[in-house]
Design a protein around this ligand. Structure first.
Ligand SMILES: C[S@@+](CC[C@H](N)C(=O)[O-])C[C@H]1O[C@@H](n2cnc3c(N)ncnc32)[C@H](O)[C@@H]1O
Length: 331
C-alpha cells in the first residue's frame, strides 16, 4: 500500500503550491511548471497544481514508510500554517478537504499499491478498441494462432489498437528504415512493415526462433516478408552491430524490460532527426509508479523513463495506451 493522495481545493493552486514548497524547504523543490517534489527519509511525495486543486501524491517503499511520510507531510503543512484560519491565502482551502487546528489532520485517500492503479478503465479500453481501424484478416488470424499455440504467452502480443497506432506512427514519419526489438509471433512487426514502402526494411530482433517461426507465414500472406529482416540473438548485440549512423526513421521496443536502458542508448544515436522511438509497457502495470517494486524490470523502466524525459536529443510524450507507450522523437 505505498501510494496515497490528498487534495487541497483552492482558488489559486499555483500560489498554494509555491507556498508549500517555500515552507517545506529544503526537502521540497520545484520540478516543473505546477509540479514539486518533496523528499523525506522514508519516501516522498509529488505535489501538483491543476485545475482548482493541489494534489499531493505520497509514495514510500512500504506501509510503515508511507504512514510516516503522510504524518510528516500533514504535520508540516499544517504546522507551516498553510490552512490556518485567518491566513488570507489559506482561506481559499475548503475545510472539508483539509482541516487545520488542534487534533485536525490532512485527509489522505486510502492507500493503494501501484498494481491497483487502473491506468485506463476497461470500459474505455473497449471503446477505444471498437473505434480504431480494425485488424484485417491476416492480423486477426495471427492473433488467433498465437493464442492457440502459445497459450498464456499470447498476452505479450500488442493489441489491435496498439498495432494500428504503430502503423499510423510509422506512416506519419515516412519510415523507410525501421528497427524492432521484441518480435514474438510478429504482430507488431507486421503492423510496422506494412507502413513501410515496398523497398523499406524492418530489422526485427528477437532471441526465439520458436516464436518468430510462427510469424513468417503471416508476414508472407501480408506481402511484407521481404521487408522484414529477422535477426535472432540478444537484441543488444544486434543493435551494437548496426552502423553507428543516424540511418533509422522508426524504432519500436517491446522486449525484456531490464534491457530497455541499453536498447534506448543504442537506438537514439541511430535515429535520424525527426525519427521516432516508441517504447511499450512503460508503466509495467502501474508497478513503475510504486517504489515498493524494486525488481530489475521496474528499476530499468524507471531509469529509462527518467532518462528519456531529460534527454535533450529528444522530444517525448508518454501515452496511457494499454500498459503505457512512450513516443520519443529525435530533435
Ligand atoms: C512482449 S514480446 C514482443 C511482442 C511483440 N511486439 C508482438 O506484438 O507480438 C517480447 C519478445 O522479446 C523477446 N526477447 C526477450 N529478451 C530478448 C533479448 N535479450 N533480445 C531480443 N529479444 C528478446 C522475447 O523472445 C519475446 O518474443
Amino acid at each position: 500500500m505505498p501510494l496515497s493522495t490528498a487534495r487541497f481545493t483552492t482558488s489559486d493552486p499555483d500560489r498554494h503550491l509555491a507556498r508549500i514548497v517555500e515552507r517545506l524547504k529544503p526537502d521540497a523543490q520545484v520540478t516543473g511548471p505546477g509540479r514539486a517534489k518533496v523528499t523525506l527519509a522514508g519516501g516522498g511525495c509529488s505535489v501538483l497544481a491543476a485545475g482548482d486543486e493541489v494534489l499531493v501524491i505520497a509514495a514510500a517503499a512500504d506501509a510503515g514508510g508511507l504512514a510516516s511520510v503522510q504524518e510528516e507531510i500533514g504535520r508540516r503543512l499544517l504546522a507551516a500554517g498553510d490552512v490556518q484560519a485567518g491566513d488570507v491565502q489559506a482561506a481559499d482551502v475548503r475545510a472539508a478537504d483539509v482541516r487545520a487546528g488542534e487534533g485536525e489532520r490532512v485527509a489522505w485517500a486510502e492507500a493503494v499499491s501501484g498494481e491497483q492503479v487502473e491506468l485506463v478503465s476497461p470500459i474505455v479500453e473497449d471503446y477505444l478498441l471498437a473505434h480504431c481501424t480494425p485488424a484485417d484478416e491476416v492480423l486477426r488470424e495471427l492473433a488467433a494462432t498465437t493464442r492457440e499455440v502459445t497459450g498464456r504467452s499470447a498476452g505479450m502480443q500488442v493489441s489491435a489498437d496498439e498495432g494500428a497506432l504503430l502503423s499510423m506512427l510509422a506512416r506519419m514519419v515516412g519510415a523507410r528504415r525501421a528497427i524492432e526489438v521484441g518480435v514474438f509471433t510478429g504482430y507488431s512487426s507486421l503492423c510496422i512493415a506494412r507502413a513501410l514502402p515496398a523497398d523499406g526494411k524492418l530489422i526485427a530482433c528477437d532471441v526465439s526462433t520458436e516464436w518468430t517461426d510462427i510469424a513468417k507465414p503471416f508476414w508472407k500472406r501480408a506481402g511484407v516478408a521481404d521487408r522484414i529482416e529477422l535477426r535472432i540473438g540478444p537484441a543488444v548485440d544486434t543493435l551494437r552491430a548496426l552502423p553507428d549512423e543516424p540511418a533509422f526513421d522508426f524504432a519500436f521496443v517491446d522486449a525484456d524490460k531490464p534491457g530497455y536502458p541499453a536498447y534506448y542508448e543504442e537506438i537514439v544515436p541511430r535515429l535520424r532527426p525527426g525519427g521516432l522511438l516508441v517504447l511499450d509497457n512503460v508503466f509495467l502495470g502501474g508497478r513503475v509508479l510504486d517504489p515498493a517494486f524494486q525488481g530489475a524490470a521496474q528499476v530499468a523502466m524507471r531509469q529509462v523513463n527518467d532518462a528519456i524525459a531529460r534527454d535533450e536529443r529528444l522530444d517525448s510524450v508518454m501515452l496511457p495506451v494499454r500498459d503505457g507507450v512512450t513516443l520519443a522523437r529525435r530533435r
